[in-house]
Design a protein around this ligand. Structure first.
Ligand SMILES: *Cc1c(COP(=O)(O)O)cnc(C)c1O
Length: 482
């Protein structure tokens, strides 16, 4: 692969030759754009069209992508996104909608949102959903703003939100952004919330606890009903982070566990492509007591007509322009209808089986952070490897040479040299076996050829980048000199 920039590839005077003299009239730029705005001396490279196509195709091929490579990134649910989702979300009737259209001309779109909400209420046990949030983090913000307004409406000023030490970073960030003091509760030696420590933290000043179950170590919080009782007894609420909802689909739901507010990441659990910042959708669901606090507008139905309802008693207000990322909602809807109840249950079962298969096959080679049955993801610790001088980072980089995307590294923070693997339900046994074989191979390499590991990757266009410098001193400008 040649690593030249397109600016270095051009050659003065080179251009396409197949269009000699157009047989149609061409409008010259200066006929429509005033001369003073036209720059004649733009330092653009001169290339033929074919060279340009090849340049960008080769660049695109340098990407690691879900459609090309196994991508076991923990807490991200990098599952297969069925292409039929894209096909249906691209139907003319959808993509030509305009957000300023009158309600009577968009009944189909509103019905889709309404029906999607129905399905999600059945899956989660929640009473009502809003689809305004563009991401999980924004969903959390909406959920916590609802909790805050709920306490305010009762004249109760509470300042504390509890999160476990294994929580996803967005949880404490959200609580802080909503003006709460974040209080961390430790995990016990089984990787679950320490009930005794929690009991000491919960008081009349506790607004909520933010949890996910299975938790961020991939383990099921067995004491969730006791946790719920502890919090509710003091008037606090339970927030459920449902970003990765795979393992629960069709098996149990957050309301049965005692949760009051939740979000779902459509761009993880419900198969919308993600990465690089979107577009996504974070659906927020609430129990009956909190329906009156949802952001406006919500989709409602009256006399067989669908409409946007802005009259919500205690609404937290508007949280974004228009009505959410509609195309993402279509994809989630298609996915849910295609799978149906039985299909969703199998998603849950297979996501758990796949993670446990990897766990059992690798536990003799890599330490388990916690040795109990995991749910949809498994967290290893490379502590034994680290003693021999090889880190989780080295192992992750070496995986790239085998065309496998690294797992999530150094997270959750309470696990030393963590590698968090989430295979998802859509991977075949062959792919899992390949990953297992490679991981064992890499572990052997620590004794046989540690330098090769530490200098990896060997097959990527860039090796180890200085990640701090890349963020702090990005060089975004190419200076062209003729
Ligand atoms: C991904 C994730 C989030 C945040 O979702 P975004 O869409 O990236 O904002 C929150 N919590 C958990 C557990 C997640 O995995």
């Amino acid at each position: 692969m040649d690593k030249k920039l397109i600016f270095e590839k051009g050659s003065e005077g080179r251009k396409n030759s197949y269009v000699k003299k157009p047989s149609f009239d061409i409008v010259e730029p200066n006929q429509i754009i005033p001369e003073k705005f036209l720059r004649q001396d733009l330092p653009l490279p001169s290339l033929g069209e074919f060279e340009v196509v090849r340049h960008y195709t080769n660049l695109a091929n340098l990407n690691f992508s879900l459609d090309a490579n196994f991508y076991p990134l923990g807490s991200c649910t990098m599952k297969y996104n069925p292409k039929v989702n894209e096909e249906l979300a691209s139907l003319d009737g959808f993509i030509k909608l305009h957000p300023y259209q009158r309600e009577d001309t968009i009944q189909g779109a509103l019905e889709l949102i309404y029906s999607l909400e129905d399905i999600l209420c059945e899956i989660t046990g929640m009473k009502k959903f809003t689809f305004q949030a563009s991401s999980g983090a924004q969903g959390e913000f909406i959920g916590m703003a609802i909790i805050k307004k709920y306490h305010d409406s009762k004249g109760s000023r509470r300042s504390k939100v509890i999160v476990p030490d294994s929580s996803h970073g967005t949880n404490p960030a959200t609580a802080a952004l909503c003006g709460y003091d974040v209080v961390v509760v430790d995990s016990n030696d089984k990787g679950l919330v320490d009930l005794d420590k929690l009991a000491k933290l919960v008081d009349d000043d506790t607004a909520a606890i933010m949890l996910t179950n299975p938790n961020t170590l991939g383990l099921f919080e067995e004491n969730i009903c006791q946790i719920s009782e502890l919090i509710h007894k003091k008037g606090g609420l339970l927030y459920y982070d449902g970003a990765n909802f795979n393992p629960l689909l069709g098996i149990t739901n957050p309301v049965l566990m005692g949760f009051d507010v939740m979000h779902l990441n459509f761009h993880k659990t419900f198969s919308t492509p993600h990465g690089c910042g979107g577009p996504g959708a974070g659906a927020v669901g609430v129990v009956p007591e909190l329906v009156d606090f949802l952001p406006i507008p919500v989709v409602a139905k009256k006399n067989n007509k669908f409409y946007f309802d802005y009259k919500i008693k205690h609404t937290i207000g508007r949280v974004r322009s228009f009505y959410g990322n509609f195309s993402v909602l279509i994809k989630a809807y298609v996915y849910l209808l295609m799978l149906g109840k039985e299909g969703l249950l199998r998603v849950a079962q297979n996501s758990v089986i796949n993670a446990n298969y990897i766990k059992e096959k690798l536990k003799g080679h890599y330490s388990l952070a916690y040795n109990s049955r995991c749910m949809h993801e498994v967290v290893f610790s490379c502590d034994k490897q680290k003693e021999k001088g090889v880190s989780a980072l080295d192992i992750s980089k070496r995986l790239l040479d085998y065309k496998i995307h690294p797992p999530t590294m150094y997270f959750p923070l309470i696990v030393k040299e963590a590698l968090m693997v989430e295979p998802t339900e859509t991977e075949s046994k062959d792919t899992l076996d390949y990953f297992i074989k490679v991981m064992i191979e890499i572990d052997k390499e620590i004794n046989q050829n540690p330098d090769k590991l530490k200098n990896s990757p060997h097959t990527m266009p860039v090796k180890r980048v200085n990640e701090v410098a890349a963020a702090r001193f990005p060089n975004l400008k190419y200076t062209y000199e003729k």
